[in-house]
Design a protein around this ligand. Sequence first.
Ligand SMILES: Cc1cc2nc3c(=O)[nH]c(=O)nc-3n(C[C@H](O)[C@H](O)[C@H](O)COP(=O)(O)OP(=O)(O)OC[C@H]3O[C@@H](n4cnc5c(N)ncnc54)[C@H](O)[C@@H]3O)c2cc1C
Length: 357
Amino acid sequence: MKIAVIGAGLSGLSCAHELERFGIRPDIFEERGRSGELFPHVSSMMELFIRPNRDPVEYLKSEFNIQLKPLRKMRKVEMRMPGIRRDVTGNLGYFFLRGQYEGSIEDQLCKKLRSKINYNVHADYEKLFKEYDYVIVCTGNSHVAKTLGLWDNLFQSYLRGAVVLGKFEPDKLIMWYNDTGYVYLTPFSEDMASLVLIVRNIAPEELDDYWHLFWENGNFDYKIIESFTLEHISGLVYPHQVGNVLLAGNAGGFLEPFLGFGQINAIRSGVYAAQAVAQKKDYEKLLEPLNTDVSRSTLLREYLNISGNRSINLVTWGVTLPGIKQLIYNSRIDVLKYGAGLLKFLDKLTGERISRQ
Ligand SMILES: Cc1cc2nc3c(=O)[nH]c(=O)nc-3n(C[C@H](O)[C@H](O)[C@H](O)COP(=O)(O)OP(=O)(O)OC[C@H]3O[C@@H](n4cnc5c(N)ncnc54)[C@H](O)[C@@H]3O)c2cc1C
């Protein structure tokens, strides 16, 4: 079977890895000279979002046969909202290195593959689908889904990232958020970290204002050594297969809209796409649990967007209350599933209406 995979990012590489397990070596096309973004960053994989499973590394290994080595465990999360600061400790997930660097997730996945990656090739699915039995689109963007008329915008955000020097706790994620967006800091080491600002529903030129506001308000003594700006777009795609073309990862609308995390969804959808073509399975059916998770996360995001800072504070206060905090962080409770319900419960508890109109 002749299969083309467009994009050697997380979904494309995971797809190729699964195809190889079925004895198929796809042709992989990657427009960059290497896999991964051109800038380094540290990503987080939080166990909260893969419930009822607990450990993301174990989950990827047992469910998708993908064994990844994290940079380190995430043991602390500090949440900072307007007027509130909350800390959570425990086995909260992992930090991973991302980008074109030794040990990054992309580097680890590339080293597991035997298939050829054709670098510096900008592939066009409209040409490839005539030549190949299947084309799996893993481009990390919405272009193909939009061309096919399958894409519905959910949130259009812009992202400003930076590598900063300073003093950091290596196992701690710091997150600042309010109703316009959020910033997270994830450390490479004790003296270097990546910092990412994501603001929703703004024009690209407005991003600078939010960036400066963040630095002014925070009064940080971090030193920026590198920075970058990207579009961060989240959308709904349906269907995910048209003829012999399948869409996976961000290209299939699997960037979860709650925090803009998409690593696990990219890996999951890449593996499902491979299973669909190799085993002649219904891709849409394989994607059902993933689609459910994305819809739940969309619901939470929409709720917070509409109800503003007050409800963000309320949620943070609620989830870090003694008892509730233990229930959430030390159990296998499915946070996405019950999150929206919890919001409504808190709504009633305080006797004020924060829910959607
Ligand atoms: C700065 C930043 C921080 C993030 N942090 C987190 C985090 O902490 N946790 C988390 O879960 N997620 C995070 N994400 C999101 C996560 O990285 C993405 O959801 C994930 O990488 C999506 O994988 P993908 O395979 O869909 O796309 P990508 O990983 O972007 O890969 C797409 C690949 O396709 C290639 N390509 C595109 N078009 C073509 C073409 N026509 N021909 C050939 N090649 C092509 C690109 O060059 C790229 O290599 C972050 C994203 C960014 C940008």
